[in-house]
Design a protein around this ligand. Structure first.
Ligand code: PLP
Length: 381
């Protein structure tokens, strides 16, 4: 473990301790009384090309596809989609074929997530006008991929056939349909972002891992800071804490939607989850305190980068060894800095879940080349 003295605006007066695994020694627990500091869960280190939270969301989904003898996966996303890249890599690792429908034109030079998707899967660029009708586009492409003898199924329909997802029980009826003959394709369509209730299971597995006594344990209070796109990761995390009975809070930075949008997503995922795993949440009534949704310090249209932010990311990486990006994890970093400066009396510690996203920097370097040229001067000291 190494302590880094705090410097500059992206640090406040917060100190950093580095450890790839969040093993919390008692020395560290005493430390927090004196100086503001926070922990970082390095979920970005799960895989070199698959973002931490994308890997979590696919954790329970891919075994389902394999279990119903899927041969091909069709999904979609933006040109630099981390989700598409995650599907491409994870499918290749399991011997499934992936087909990634990416919005817009093929870029002149492939880089970042786009490059990874192209290396691991079949990338098809779809004009924006066709992409606008997403379901139609996905279905059409899935049908072409399946060919005349193959079959096409939506992931949501596979899920419907489960009686209890959490315990892996499903209707006998699906079992009969499972075996496809050799050479026949069974194409599974996964919606953009994989934001279904099944994504929550992988996130809940992360909590069950973290709550082991040699990591965070089950007793101490923590406030987890999570950057929210669709909000699925943050909601899954908070639900997991509830189901596992952990005294953990979730504070999520709203990056891509309004407060009402995130509340709707909360409702939708909870009712979905109740349908798939009824025993887990049978007594749960939706309250207003599942996730604390907060605004970004510097709000903007999702995907935009402000002047100085690339430099700020460079500075954090340089001073702490933790890579962050301006779209997602810088927002979580800034909130973690802010929250750890007013640590509450109950000893609640701030923990940033590092969701990954470093490869996103490569795509940004194409879009914002002037911001990147200033990196040559080195980080601000
Ligand atoms: C996709 C992504 C998110 C958003 O996750 P949601 O579950 O959609 O909220 C956050 N951070 C990173 C790095 C991501 O790739």
């Amino acid at each position: 473990m190494k302590e880094t003295p705090a410097k500059g605006g992206v640090f406040g007066n917060v100190k950093f301790s580095m450890d790839a695994n969040p093993k919390l020694g008692d020395a560290m627990m005493d430390e927090r009384c004196k100086d503001p500091s926070f922990y970082v869960i390095r979920d970005d280190l799960l895989h070199p090309f698959v973002n931490g939270n994308k890997a979590r969301k696919l954790d329970a989904l891919l075994p389902l596809i394999e279990d119903c003898s899927g041969t091909d996966v069709v999904t979609c996303g933006g040109c630099q989609s981390a989700h598409a890249a995650a599907v491409a890599v994870s499918c290749a690792e399991r011997g499934l074929r992936s087909h990634l429908l990416l919005r817009g034109e093929e870029p002149g030079i492939l880089t970042g997530f786009n490059l990874i998707s192209s290396i691991y899967g079949n990338v098809i660029y779809v004009p924006r006008s066709l992409y606008a009708k997403r379901e139609e586009m996905l279905l059409r492409h899935a049908n072409v991929t399946a060919g005349p003898s193959g079959s096409v199924v939506w992931l949501t329909d596979i899920l419907y056939n489960f009686t209890d997802l959490a315990s892996g029980k499903y209707c006998t009826q699906t079992k009969a349909n499972r075996n496809t003959e050799d050479g026949m394709r069974k194409v599974v369509i996964v919606k953009e972002g994989a934001g279904d209730a099944v994504a929550l299971l992988g996130i809940i597995r992360l909590l069950s891992y973290l709550s082991q006594s040699h990591i965070l344990g089950k007793k101490r209070p923590y406030n987890f800071v999570i950057d929210a796109g669709t909000g699925t990761t943050a909601i899954g995390f908070a639900l997991g804490a509830l189901i596992l009975g952990l005294p953990w809070k979730v504070t999520a930075v709203m990056l891509a939607d309004s407060y009402d949008g995130y509340k709707n997503q909360e409702n939708r995922l909870i009712s979905d989850y109740k349908r798939y795993a009824p025993a887990d949440l049978c007594n749960y009534e939706l309250k207003d305190d599942l996730v604390q949704w907060v605004n970004r310090k510097t709000p903007r249209k999702f995907g935009n980068v402000l002047e100085g932010e690339i430099k700020a990311c460079q500075q954090v990486s340089n001073q702490t060894g933790v890579p962050i990006d301006p779209i997602y994890t810088l927002a979580a970093w800034e909130l973690a800095v802010q929250l750890s400066q007013k640590q509450p009396d109950n000893g609640e510690k701030v923990v940033m879940l590092h969701t990954g996203g470093t490869l996103g920097m490569f795509g940004l370097a194409q879009r914002y080349n002037s911001y990147f040229s200033t990196l040559k001067d080195g980080p601000p000291q």
